[in-house]
Design a protein around this ligand. Sequence first.
Ligand code: AMP
Length: 217
Amino acid sequence: MNIVMLGAPGAGKGTQAERISERCNLLHISTGDILRKAITEKSALGQKAKMFMDKGELVPDEVVISIIEERMSDADFRKGFILDGFPRTVAQANALKEMLGKLGRKIDAVFNVDVDDQELIKRLARRRTCNKCGKNYHLDFDPPRKEGICDVCGEKIMQREDDKEDTVRTRLAVYKRQTAPLIEYYNQEGLLHTIDGKRSIEEVFAQIKDILEVPCE
Ligand code: AMP
């Protein structure tokens, strides 16, 4: 099964993608995590992406499309995947369709995790992220077991630069202008499932699990 997660920044698509990947045995591909890792490693990809990400803007289509193209050669890709943060533009969605078509694959379901702006801004202010492994926490609803430390890899968790309020406003505007049109795009394709993202993490996962056609724990 091949899944796309849509949703504004802070809607919880990353958290759900991680959960679906672990419990339903699908490959999780987060373009945001891949780009942040590239920035930490100071690679050529990181250098290309940093300026856009710091401003809360989208990295150019050709850069992210080539990341996905590369992941498609991963052996794990065959077992089914969940895309988190990609596609974010109609051009990316078209490129995805074409790349999958060449492999005889297709998207089976698109989940739009729906949360209002006020709640998104509130959530992002309380979100903390591990720079090393990319795991997200919410200081109130999903805190790490030990204060300030990532449960998975023991690194310090921090607020992402682009989760600070000014950049969040830009990211929301970018989402509305460039990514929200994908809701209608996938609706037209008959793939869209809109999920109420304001519920608890478990309740949101339960809504998704009901729709998935793969065995999940
Ligand atoms: P995320 O972790 O998904 O919120 O992504 C963080 C940032 O990475 C975004 O604000 C963009 O600057 C960049 N980014 C991630 N995925 C994409 C994408 N598919 N297209 C363009 N930029 C992206």
